[in-house]
Design a protein around this ligand. Structure first.
Ligand code: NAP
Length: 333
């Protein structure tokens, strides 16, 4: 099942939530804080994170109205709680905050995997709250509170995966919040979400990790040569491969079935391509490359990417030639 919600953006002056608690204030949590503040989507923003260092940084950046090392304390009296931590930690966070949640509160998350997060959080949450899982399909390879920005969600999809029987008004309120953040809303079943994201996000990241790992292990091509000639295509993989290791470890472990299914299809397709090259099947290669080119055009037409040459990179000055010595590791953008 997949349907687009008809919830309008927050056009009134009233905030969508009088008190919003953000548990986790990295790239996603801090982007939510910034956009909620900028567009008046929340009255009071309570911020919680587990380390003093990140909390201090959130305070320095003035991301919220109150700052807490206890997630439960931040959630007291909150109308909505958005959990933005690595998916493997979501069950433990739900357990921590459960006693503090007020009746009727909306609890949501932003995890890149949905079925396992729902399985981990649902049993921990009290029956008197509305659990509306969500995934904003927007991000960068950077982490932490400095990495966020208010425009991150503009014209990006936010997928809601409410379990059957979830209060419709709660779903609509959360959708209104995300529309206020600039997102378009799609409602999906969690298992379907996990399959779609396996192919559109998880496999591309794994392929990038794998290619960068292969390059790092090369013996006959030096690392400095890989870096020097990276504009040939390699550097576009390095952006994905620079993503947060904890986040991606958790995504792999929590979306095992869908990722393994997509990886075996991918392995079959790579073998087919190997065969085309081995047997000099230029026609098959040309057909395939023509089909794939159309996918990029479709993404640009859908407004999810620009058609700026070379991903819009400026080409004013050539980079300085690297020093003769070989760097320790492959460069990441
Ligand atoms: P991030 O920048 O690394 O921030 C992670 C936040 O979670 C920090 O506040 C961190 O606290 C806290 N945290 C880390 N481990 C924790 C644990 N074991 N228990 C409790 N809190 C913990 O991460 P992010 O990129 O915002 O990702 C957060 C979530 O968004 C993930 O579930 C990810 O799947 C999802 N998501 C990410 C992207 C993306 O592109 N990055 C896109 C869409 C969705 P301290 O700093 O205090 O340790």
């Amino acid at each position: 099942m997949s349907s687009t919600s008809a919830v309008p953006a927050n056009t009134s002056d009233a905030p969508v939530f009088a008190r919003l608690a953000l548990v986790g204030i990295g790239l996603i949590g801090s982007s939510i804080a910034r956009v909620a503040r900028q567009r008046g989507l929340a009255g009071h923003i309570a911020i919680a994170t587990r380390t003093q260092e990140t909390l201090d940084r959130a305070r320095e950046l003035a991301l919220g109205d109150s700052y807490h090392l206890s997630a439960a304390q931040a959630c007291e009296d909150a109308d909505a709680v958005i959990v933005s931590v690595p998916v493997g930690a979501s069950g433990a966070v739900a357990r921590d905050i459960a006693p503090a949640l007020k009746p009727g509160a909306i609890v949501s998350d932003v995890g890149s995997v949905k079925a396992s997060v729902i399985a981990a959080m649902t049993p921990e949450l009290p029956g008197h709250v509305h659990f509306v899982p969500a995934h904003p399909v927007a991000g960068t390879e950077h982490s932490g509170p400095d990495a966020g920005f208010a425009e991150l969600f503009d014209n990006r999809w936010c997928i809601l995966t409410p379990p059957p029987g979830t209060d419709a008004q709660a779903v609509e309120r959360l959708a209104a919040f995300w529309r206020g953040c600039g997102s378009n809303i799609e409602v999906m079943e969690p298992e379907h979400h996990d399959l779609v994201l396996a192919i559109t996000s998880h496999i591309p990241h794994l392929v990038a990790y794998s290619i960068c790992g292969t390059a790092a292990d090369m013996e006959t091509v030096t690392k400095s040569e890989v870096i020097k000639f990276s504009a040939g295509g390699f550097r576009d993989f390095t952006r994905l491969a620079a993503s947060d290791p904890v986040m991606w470890r958790d995504v792999c472990l929590n979306n095992r079935e869908a990722i393994l299914e997509m990886l075996s299809r991918f392995a079959e397709d790579i073998s087919a391509m190997q065969r085309m090259i081995r047997w000099n099947d230029g026609e098959a290669l040309h057909d395939m490359f023509t089909r794939t080119r159309a996918i990029r055009r479709g993404i640009i037409q859908a407004g999810q990417e620009t058609d700026a040459v070379d991903f819009g990179r400026p080409h004013g000055t050539a980079p300085a030639a690297p020093e003769a010595e070989e760097p320790d590791s492959v460069a990441q953008e």
